[in-house]
Design a binder for this molecule. Structure first.
Ligand code: NAG
Ligand code: NAG
Ligand code: NAG
Ligand code: NAG
Ligand code: NAG
Ligand code: NAG
Ligand code: NAG
Length: 581
């Protein structure tokens, strides 16, 4: 499978040597973003020395831990003399063992533990008992027999309180084995610090300019004044749009003055382009594509099919499997050919982890076959899976990062699909409460081990007291992660009905969420700046990735000349040569 680099370890923040988990040390905090997907014979190391967990490696009997629910807890020692804890004789999913920890309001807690089951394989979750019989999931892993898997996740503390940390597995016949547990608190300030550190590393490159005279054998121009303007951002940060854009110049101006990337929220969907069987109508989608192209806005195609039975065109819901096969064949041929060469991505079979309309009717490989077909019709766009709840909510096992990876592998290792450019789409529809950034980061880390680019495809935050702040936290978390290659929000002006995450009110005045977005757009773009070369004709700086224009003034004549250049990840340490005269 050439497409997949199934890396054992991924190091995001440290320039470490391969083969061992290392910790990157920042001034006042430790942060380890390494993730492993390997199942190991011996449990891996304890992150953060266990953080606030007492007796995290079970080296001191059961100290700090207590039986939770029915069943039994038992300390075991492996043949290599490693001590770990086992929950057995379990009667209910939550029967395990627990430790009480004190959470502090508005901190994020990164969780990790090494997990094994005694037979076969089984999903095991970490759960936080927040009192009054309420339990909040903090992440899950499919644990296996005979080797240790790393469970990573976390929790965001809404209030200062004592909570129980415990483990859950639906199959009570299985023992849960646990070792090297860690729960590490981070203040919002520390979290933000990590994001900024990472942004500096992954979104910027340190470059040097050298300015010389063209006609004098490369003599340096000392003290040459120049103006640098970023003409296009390197990171795609875009916004969904709908048909209202065709009827309002205010909406058009609002959009085109901010965004260079889009997804049509509904206009390309099957139920929009073929509401009645056999009567295709692309009037709206075509006009939106034209508007986008006229304004240099790149389009993600959304979607060829949607695996949720609810969202089929009404006439499709009642077709026989044979008629469905024919209708679906016609659909994919029609829509993919129509926009061939015009799109940067396709969500080919939307939500095919949650749902299985096409698999149920056409066979278990239906999605794989449609990815293949889409690629044959147009090999240029990146072909995405697209799911909700993988990064935004940790209680949805079907779409856990581990299961997402499995589905991705299934589809792109299907015979003939190996060469398709694959993409991981995570929608990012967040609720109104504090987003669990600790869980979001651990999910992104797990998905990133595939080596496949990740896009947040439909970011929204439900209305609530801190909507603008939470939206900003989510966008920063995504932007700071090295594997995230683009973000599209499903948001917009209230005029167009975007009233879940309205960025502008009915009169196109910014909402607080709109202010957050605008300030991020500004921050993620290099502001125009003027500078001068030194005595040797050099100038060094760190620049955000993207396309640039430089206008240089010859100090001798005051004549100016303009050149273009592009800064990418590979530009780091590079010298750009410009000549004048
Ligand atoms: C082991 O746990 C006991 C409490 O059960 C505690 O008093 C003791 O200090 C612990 N020893 C170590 C080395 O942590
Ligand atoms: C639960 O685990 C037991 C022991 O490994 C296994 O025999 C059984 O099939 C599992 N049940 C389910 C529903 O997976
Ligand atoms: C196609 O859709 C457009 C926009 O909704 C509509 O104006 C037009 O009448 C439709 N064409 C047909 C043939 O139904
Ligand atoms: C689905 O694809 C797999 C892998 O190629 C194959 O083994 C299996 O037989 C296929 N299933 C059907 C129903 O064609
Ligand atoms: C925090 O609040 C959100 C909703 O506001 C809730 O979904 C979540 O379970 C809470 N988390 C904890 C740890 O209490
Ligand atoms: C949401 O948007 C629609 C326009 O599509 C509008 O009719 C509706 O009143 C809006 N709802 C709220 C709560 O603003
Ligand atoms: C270039 O422009 C500066 C300021 O605009 C002026 O002071 C200087 O005399 C000019 N030099 C030449 C050679 O025209």
């Amino acid at each position: 499978m050439p497409l997949f680099l199934w890396l054992a370890f991924v190091f995001f923040y440290s320039g470490s040597v391969s083969g061992q988990i290392t910790q990157a040390v920042f001034s006042d905090v430790q942060y380890d973003a390494s993730a492993t997907t390997q199942c190991l014979a011996e449990p891996g190391s304890t992150f953060y020395g266990g953080g606030i967990i007492v007796n995290p490696e079970f080296s001191n009997g059961t100290a700090g831990w207590a039986l939770f629910g029915k069943g039994a807890m038992e300390e075991r020692i492996s043949s290599t003399k490693n001590r770990f804890m086992v929950a057995r004789n379990r009667k209910r999913p939550l029967d395990s063992f627990s430790q009480k920890v004190q959470l502090e309001k508005s901190k994020f807690y990164a969780f990790s533990a090494w997990i094994q089951v005694n037979e076969g394989s089984e999903t095991v979750s970490v759960v936080f008992g927040i009192g009054a019989g309420e339990f909040v999931s903090g992440g899950s892993i499919v644990a296996e027999q005979g080797c240790w898997s790393l469970l990573k996740g976390g929790v965001a503390a809404n209030s200062s309180s004592t909570v129980d940390v415990l483990f859950e597995s639906k199959n009570t016949s299985k023992e849960i084995w646990v070792d090297n547990v860690a729960l590490q608190p981070f203040s919002k300030k520390q979290w933000r610090f990590h994001q900024d550190e990472s942004i500096e590393k992954v979104r910027k490159s340190r470059v040097r300019f050298q300015i010389t005279y063209a006609n004098e054998r490369g003599i340096a121009v000392s003290g040459a004044k120049f103006l640098v303007k970023q003409t296009k951002p390197g990171f795609p940060f875009g916004c969904g749009m709908n048909f209202h854009i065709l009827e309002s110049t205010d909406y058009q101006n609002w959009f085109a003055s901010r965004f260079r990337f889009t997804t049509f929220t509904n206009a390309m969907k099957w139920y929009s382009t073929e509401e009645k069987q056999g009567q295709e109508n692309y009037t709206i989608a075509d006009a939106m594509a034209k508007f986008s192209q006229d304004n240099d806005i790149s389009i993600r195609g959304h979607n060829v099919f949607w695996d949720d039975p609810k969202y089929q065109p009404d006439w499709v819901k009642t077709l026989s499997p044979e008629d469905l096969r024919i209708a679906a064949e016609k659909r994919i041929n029609s829509v993919v050919s129509r926009y061939a060469g015009q799109l940067i991505a396709w969500d080919v079979v939307n939500e095919n982890l949650h749902f299985s309309f096409f698999e149920d009717n056409l066979g278990e490989n239906a999605s794989s076959i449609y990815y293949s077909k889409a690629y044959q019709l147009d090999p240029t766009p990146r072909m995405f899976l697209n799911e909700y709840n993988t990064v935004e909510y940790c209680g949805d096992e079907k779409v856990s990062p581990g299961n997402y990876k499995k589905r991705l592998e299934e589809i792109f290792s299907y015979p003939g699909n190996e060469d398709i450019l694959a993409g991981i789409g995570v929608q990012g529809h967040f609720g109104p409460g504090q987003p669990n950034l600790a869980y979001m980061r651990s999910s992104l880390e797990i998905l990133a081990t595939t080596g496949v680019p990740i896009w947040l495809t439909e970011v929204s935050v439900e209305p609530g007291a801190n909507q603008a702040q939470y939206l900003e936290e989510i966008l920063r978390e995504a932007y700071s992660h090295p594997a995230v290659k683009g973000i599209i929000m499903f948001a917009g002006p209230a005029y167009a009905g975007f009233n879940t995450t309205a960025l502008a009110d009915i009169n196109f005045n910014n909402t607080p969420a709109g202010d957050s977005v605008d300030s991020l757009i500004k921050e993620w773009k290099t502001q125009d700046f003027e500078a001068r070369t030194d005595d040797r004709g050099f100038f060094s700086t760190s620049l955000l990735h993207g396309e640039y224009e430089i206008t240089i003034t010859d100090p001798a004549t005051n004549c100016t000349s303009t050149s273009r250049f592009e800064v990418t990840r590979d530009s780091s340490g590079r010298t750009f040569h410009f000549q004048i005269g």
